[in-house]
Design a protein. Sequence first.
Length: 43
Amino acid sequence: MGRGDIKTKKGKIFAGSFGKTRPAKVNTAAKAAPAKKAAAKKK
């Protein structure tokens, strides 16, 4: 368990990959904006 282990957070940081252990950053503001637009179109 260390930098070479891709199943650990440290290993994913070293490898530069994302997954369940190290989720990619999600912009919550961008996610909420399309939902508001869709609701406005329904009216």
